[in-house]
Design a protein around this ligand. Structure first.
Ligand code: NAD
Length: 296
């Protein structure tokens, strides 16, 4: 059985690893949180005590970590994985990180003869569970084809965006737009609620009108409107405010580098910064609607 090492079994990595188990792969996971390892074991995978143990004999390594600094320290440096995994091993990083860091990791992989792609995802925890994620991939075309069988287990759409780091650039553009959509949709819903409209009725009207968008379709920020959305579960278990703030920071840095005007994203970034100071940054990012309550 082909062995896959999966590093980072959080809200996204946990269900992605479980889908690989269901598809018949021998998945050995590592995470800093013991409960995350137990969940993988209960789903039929195995748990490792260390990254080194997880990657032993693996044909592929997949990582799903919070940010660039964790990815850099996993792969690069003296104790980094690129020193221990052989050139037979395919490495796929699915975390959302700086394109520069993805390029640096990709470059070092190439120097060591290791096939590496950056493959961040979209689709949220529901997409991770259902195996319907969208992958935005950066790297060599041959490596993307090599990774395709694994990616197809976890996702439905696989886009090759370009060379190393291109997947991260596409992801940053997407999440910048998502933050604008979430803040704008929250604002419109709040205006309706404050003027006596039923948020479920208003959501249906807007979603079938020119204001329709992914947030209204799949991720309504008002509790009770969508039973499966994080808003209906105390804003738990989705995409954390702190991670959205990180992605907006990545977008702002990228925009500064290319001298691109991003006024809407700049406002969204500030709203998320204020929200993370006044609220719990581990809540789902749709909790931004609560900020509109606090500014009355
Ligand atoms: P999470 O915090 O739930 O999971 C991250 C996991 O990594 C945690 O379990 C943590 O313990 C583990 N971890 C951290 N450092 C580690 C290390 N050194 N070694 C091993 N494990 C380590 O976050 P998440 O929501 O799963 O997001 C992961 C990545 O996916 C982020 O880059 C995020 O931006 C991106 N993403 C998230 C979503 C979403 O809806 N949650 C959607 C798309 C992309």
């Amino acid at each position: 059985m082909t062995k896959i090492a999966f590093i980072g079994l959080g809200n996204m990595g946990g269900p992605m690893a479980q889908n690989l188990v269901k598809a018949g792969y021998d998945v050995c996971g590592f995470d800093l949180v013991p409960e995350a390892l137990d969940q993988l074991e209960q789903a039929g995978g195995s748990k490792a005590e260390s990254v080194a143990e997880a990657v032993q004999g693996a044909s592929a390594v997949i990582s799903m970590l919070p940010a660039g600094k964790q990815v850099e320290s996993l792969y690069l440096g003296d104790g980094g994985l690129f020193k221990t995994v052989g050139s037979h091993c395919l490495v796929i990083d699915c975390s959302t990180i700086e394109a520069d860091v993805a390029r640096k990791v990709g470059q070092q992989a190439e120097e060591q003869g290791i096939d590496f792609i950056d493959a961040p995802v979209s689709g949220g925890t529901a997409g991770a569970e259902a195996g319907t994620l969208t992958f935005m991939v950066g790297g060599r075309a041959e490596t993307v084809e090599q990774a395709r069988p694994y990616l197809e287990v976890m996702g439905q759409n696989i886009f090759h965006a370009g060379g190393a780091g291109a997947g991260q650039l596409a992801k940053i553009c997407n999440n910048m737009l998502l933050a604008i959509l979430m803040t704008g949709t929250s604002e419109a819903l709040k205006l309706g609620i404050d003027n006596g409209l039923d948020p479920a009725v208003l959501s249906e009207i807007m979603n079938n009108s020119s204001g329709g968008n992914w947030v209204l379709e799949k991720y309504n920020p008002v509790p009770g409107v969508m039973p499966q959305a994080p808003a209906s579960h105390g804003y738990r278990g989705g995409f954390m405010v702190g991670l959205m703030a990180k992605d907006l920071g990545l977008a702002m840095n990228t925009a500064a580098g290319s001298n691109t005007a991003t006024p809407m994203a700049s406002l969204a970034e500030n709203l998320y910064k204020i929200h993370s100071i006044h609220s719990d940054s581990t809540l789902d990012f749709s909790s931004i609607i609560q900020l509109y309550d606090s500014v009355r």
